[in-house]
Design a protein around this ligand. Structure first.
Ligand SMILES: [Mn+2]
Length: 329
């Protein structure tokens, strides 16, 4: 990240009274935590803040404990503002219907940690070395002229905890832990985040997990473990798709696997594929080759409407084909 980008972002924040903050569709803990944490800090500094993401503006229930939800505005009700800030979005396409208000603002600050970020902002605070967008905001809050309090710290901490798999993933660095330490110093109680985010599953979800794990398949030759969540499963167990975000982590408990994949059947029949890998296997490149994107060890893409079987075959073929470059084979 270039130092003058931070200065330019700080100046834009200072100059603009009205700010819209955007996350990506189906936001995860980092997108939500970054959006709300930054939103709270700016609103308490006197800015008029709107926060949104592409429809549906549904918050996964485990994040309902976070403060700042009053800042959320339905995407079709967003009013123009002088400054737009995108958080955790790798490219402007991820903003979907919010792309127009985002790029229509005089300036767009793009804060993100995805290695394939397209630098779509007029100012780009992109740092692929950061575990989370929330880590970038925390570490640079001073340089950005942002004052964090207990509430904004709680949101940012939730973002870092979820994107690092509770400080277990390969993206966890000394800087990550220093940022977390700072947020705890501001009043965050780690156990409260744990209880709200990781001990809030419904019995229906736990039973669905049992079903997915029971039917999981392990391809020993590729070191690939995968499971599927079908629309029929969601209906019979009474679970929403946005509750299944962490299900892939259960597959990763398998000793010796290299890649974990979760195939999710969307309502329109297309298959959303989430991927995780060991550090020596660049699953982000595999996802990009299949039209998606992401990080080296956590990525995803959308497969066509050919059904689960063809999606599985497509993934296996790509792992084999790109194996020499990605180290996934
Ligand atoms: Mn993130």
């Amino acid at each position: 990240m270039e130092p003058n980008e931070l200065e330019r972002a700080a100046k834009l924040i200072e100059e603009n009274e009205s700010v819209i903050i955007f996350g990506h569709q189906w936001p995860d803990g980092d997108a939500i935590g970054s959006l709300l944490g930054l939103g709270i800090a700016l609103s308490r500094a006197g800015h008029a803040v709107q926060a949104s993401w592409p429809a549906p503006l549904e918050l996964p229930h485990k994040y309902e404990f976070l403060p700042g939800l009053d800042l959320l505005v339905e995407p079709d009700e967003v009013e123009p503002a002088g400054l737009a800030i995108a958080v955790d979005c790798a490219n402007a396409e991820r903003l979907q219907e919010l792309k127009a208000p985002a790029t229509g603002a005089r300036d767009l600050v793009n804060i993100d940690h995805h290695p394939d970020n397209s630098r779509f902002g007029t100012v780009n605070l992109v740092d692929p070395g950061s575990s989370a967008t929330a880590e970038i905001i925390t570490r640079n809050s001073g340089a950005l002229g942002i004052v964090l309090d207990g509430d904004s710290a709680l949101c940012l901490y939730a973002g870092i905890v979820t994107d690092t798999g509770r400080f277990q993933f390969t993206n966890t660095t000394a800087e990550t832990l220093e940022c977390a330490s700072r947020l705890v110093s501001l009043g965050v109680e780690p156990h409260a985040v744990y209880e709200n985010v990781y001990q809030s599953d419904s019995l229906a979800y736990i039973r669905l997990t049992g079903e997915v794990l029971t039917n999981a398949v392990y391809d020993e030759e590729l070191g690939l473990i995968y499971g599927c969540v079908m629309q029929a499963d969601l209906e019979s167990f009474g679970v929403k798709m946005n509750e299944t975000e962490e299900l892939i982590d259960d597959l990763r408990a398998l000793k010796g696997h290299r890649v974990a994949a979760l195939f999710k059947e969307l309502r329109d029949g297309t298959i959303r594929v989430s991927l995780r890998s060991r550090i020596d296997c660049d699953i982000g490149t595999v996802a990009r080759n299949l039209g998606g994107g992401g990080h080296r060890v956590a990525a995803g893409y959308t497969s066509g409407a050919g059904g689960i079987e063809s999606a599985v075959r497509e993934l296996k073929d790509e792992i084999v084909a790109s194996g020499g470059n990605t180290g996934c084979r």
